[in-house]
Design a protein around this ligand. Structure first.
Ligand code: RFL
Length: 407
């Protein structure tokens, strides 16, 4: 919410050129870019450091995003430890079909769990580049973002006191449930939303991957997916009704469904293990416009959510963060405004491209189980086309890897 003027600060008011709200991949990347240029900034995070370093989420990072992190000195551990993937496998009609996207694009997916990336980014920001960060903050409020003297107030975790920070710019990187989006003027905001009408039971199993690549099972019982995360932990997904109760999915039921939906001629049995995460995600997307209001710039899930169907969300968050970090540095060090002026358009072109691809892929994944023979027929046609038409395969690989030269 935007408040006309900040409340009195119970301590000495501070001033930072930039306040970043949210220490996810977007916020921490912006913070690191600013610190590399010796621009001071303050990151405000609602959770503890331990919590954000362990929160399991994404795992697939596109090569252009890895190179963007590398260019900014943020990919050392990732490049040492990430697994490089160059193929995925579709299973449908009782058969398996390997899709070697690395051969088609010379580009790869890097598998590196989000908590490891966040751990690297926090360490680099706070411990190496000397960035300031407050954990456990409450009730973040933005003030006067439509003026050239914005400020941010929050309740301090340690003292319970209200603090005020004056700044030149606010980066709203506080994810899908954050507070900064509420500062956009109600009369100008447009939220474009798409509901898929399906849920995914998102699972983490304490077990080695069942295959060396991502698996997509398109089955009349519903979609199933396998995404390797590390040598000991594997993510699985099972399509389910939206709003389903995870408690209705005991371990035996989960493994039985996975075996059926990922079954195909000649495949080895799944490597089963204890389930350490089990939650239902209602699959939906949204895009918030404008992403910019005065001195507030939104980035990542705060501005746009893309269901994890095509593993794109963190990649988009990093794309925004590269653009925003570089643009803020240009503005604050050389008075060059061009990056900030073009920020929203540059973000949204890739955002809409990825949203469209997720929608396309959703039909491939879910069409077979839609209970509609027409949708099942067209879903199968899309799948077969990937393995019969080199042009269709090349187009799919480009979108799956995000390698288009222009968006
Ligand atoms: P984040 O990561 O949500 O970070 C936002 C941070 O802001 C904090 N926060 C606040 N701080 C202060 N005040 C407030 N009022 C605040 N409210 C919130 C939060 O605690 C948090 O630390 O947003 P960011 O940086 O935009 O990054 C987005 C990504 O996290 C997200 O898009 C991905 O996780 C999506 N996603 C995937 N993306 C990929 O690119 N590849 C994948 O393989 C992939 N797999 C996934 C995913 C998301 C999943 N879930 C849980 C929806 C798999 C799953 C299961």
């Amino acid at each position: 919410m935007t408040h006309a003027s900040p409340p009195a600060d119970s301590g000495a008011p501070r001033r930072f050129p930039v306040v970043v709200v949210g220490a996810g991949p977007a916020g921490l990347t912006v913070g690191n870019i600013l610190r590399a240029a010796s621009v001071d900034c303050l990151v405000l995070e609602a959770e503890t450091r331990e919590f954000i370093e362990q929160r399991p989420r994404a795992g697939v990072i596109e090569e252009w995003a890895v190179r963007g992190l590398e260019k900014r000195g943020l990919a050392r551990n990732l490049l040492d430890r990430a697994e490089l993937h160059s193929a995925c496998e579709f299973r449908f009609g009782g058969e398996r079909y390997r899709f070697p996207y690395g051969e088609l694009t010379s580009s790869h997916h890097f598998v590196y769990p989000q908590p490891l990336l966040v751990t690297d980014l926090v360490r680099e920001y706070a411990d190496v580049r000397g960035g300031e960060i407050r954990f456990g903050v409450r009730d973040v409020e933005l003030h006067d973002v439509d003026s050239d003297r914005p400020s941010v107030s929050y309740t301090c975790f340690e003292t319970g006191e209200r603090r005020v920070v004056h700044c030149d710019f606010v980066a709203g990187c506080d994810g899908a449930r954050g507070a900064t989006r509420a500062s956009l003027p109600v009369e100008r905001v447009r939220i474009a939303r798409h509901d898929y009408g399906v849920g995914w039971l998102a699972l983490l199993a304490e077990a080695p991957p069942s295959a060396d690549c991502v698996l997509f099972g398109c089955h009349p019982r519903g979609f199933a997916g396998q995404m390797p995360r590390s040598r000991d932990v594997t993510r699985y997904y099972l399509q389910c009704p939206p709003g389903d109760d995870p408690d209705d999915w005991p371990e035996e039921r989960v493994w039985s469904e996975l075996r059926q939906r990922l079954g195909a001629t000649g495949v080895p049995p799944l490597t089963e293990g204890r389930l350490i995460e089990k939650r239902v995600l209602d699959m939906h997307d949204y895009v918030v416009e404008p992403m910019v209001h005065g001195r507030l710039h939104l980035a990542g899930d705060a501005a746009h959510l893309v269901a994890p169907i095509a593993a794109k969300g963190m990649n988009l968050a990093l794309h925004d963060a590269f653009l925003l970090g570089d643009a803020l540095v240009a503005r604050l060090t050389t008075d060059d405004d061009s990056g900030l002026a073009g920020y929203e358009q540059a973000c949204l072109r890739r955002v809409w491209d990825y949203q469209e691809f997720s929608q396309w892929l959703s039909e491939v994944f879910h069409g077979t189980a839609a209970g509609d023979p027409f949708r099942a027929g067209t879903a199968l046609a899309r799948l077969r086309r990937l393995f019969t038409s080199p042009a269709a395969a090349a187009a799919f690989a480009e979108q799956y890897l995000g390698t288009a030269a222009r968006h």
